[in-house]
Design a protein around this ligand. Structure first.
Ligand code: ATP
Ligand code: MG
Length: 203
């Protein structure tokens, strides 16, 4: 029997993508032996924006630049082609359709988000369709017992935990630093910093 192609998914605004994202993706790939990590920039509908978000073409290009050197990393623009925000379940369905039934998806997110899984859209179906990976940075532990109580055996099979190194970087902090003229070197890949300056983003 041919083995499944196991694909990690890291969704985000990536405004901009930074080394915290890349380190988490690589740590999860390595720990679970995934075949690929797919970075998926999210479309942000205008009415949901609490602040200016860089146009999706820029966020997509920066994500491509940041991931180019890692042969396991790919970028998908699947959510950018759809109108409005995407439910994870719709993204998984569309990817499954694209990649065929030998593809198996591992949705990577923080333990805090997974502890609130019960509030996710169509979560029971989602949990059947894909795996979840709780990237546990210091702070929030995975609430294994309550997840098991809520979702039963599938929670044990389809929810994984990977401790990832803590890297105190956020896109918010990077945007703030750019506005203030502070250095972002070693917070984002060099190619991303160059792109930001060349395009005059976040000033
Ligand atoms: P913002 O500051 O604008 O909220 P962000 O840095 O949190 O941006 P997102 O695009 O919102 O970046 O994050 C995408 C995913 O990456 C989320 O699941 C988020 O929890 C995770 N993530 C963000 N920053 C880090 C980090 N420093 N280390 C590990 N994972 C991170
Ligand atoms: Mg965030």
């Amino acid at each position: 029997m041919e083995s499944k192609h196991r694909i990690g998914i890291l969704g985000g605004t990536f405004d901009p993508i930074h080394l915290g994202h890349l380190l988490t993706a690589e740590a999860v790939r390595d720990a679970l032996g995934l075949d690929e990590i797919l970075f998926i920039p999210a479309a942000i509908p205008p009415h949901k924006r609490g602040r200016e978000i860089a146009p999706s073409e820029h966020r997509l290009r920066m994500t491509v630049l940041a991931t180019a050197a890692n042969p396991y990393f790919r970028v998908s623009d699947i959510e950018l082609h759809r109108e409005g925000p995407s439910y994870t379940v719709d993204t998984i369905d569309a990817l499954q359709e694209q990649r065929g039934n030998m593809a198996e998806f591992y949705f990577i997110t923080g333990a805090d988000a997974i502890n609130e899984l019960a509030t996710w859209h169509d979560v029971h179906s989602l949990l059947q369709k894909c795996h979840f990976v709780a990237a546990t940075r210091q702070g929030t532990a995975l609430a294994r017992e309550s997840l098991h109580r809520e979702f039963g055996a599938i929670a044990r099979e389809h929810i994984h935990e990977v401790p990832t190194p803590e890297m105190e970087i956020s896109s918010t902090e990077i945007r703030r630093r750019i506005r203030q003229g502070a250095s972002i070197r070693y917070m984002v890949p060099d190619a991303v910093a160059e792109y930001i300056y060349k395009e005059g983003l976040y000033r």
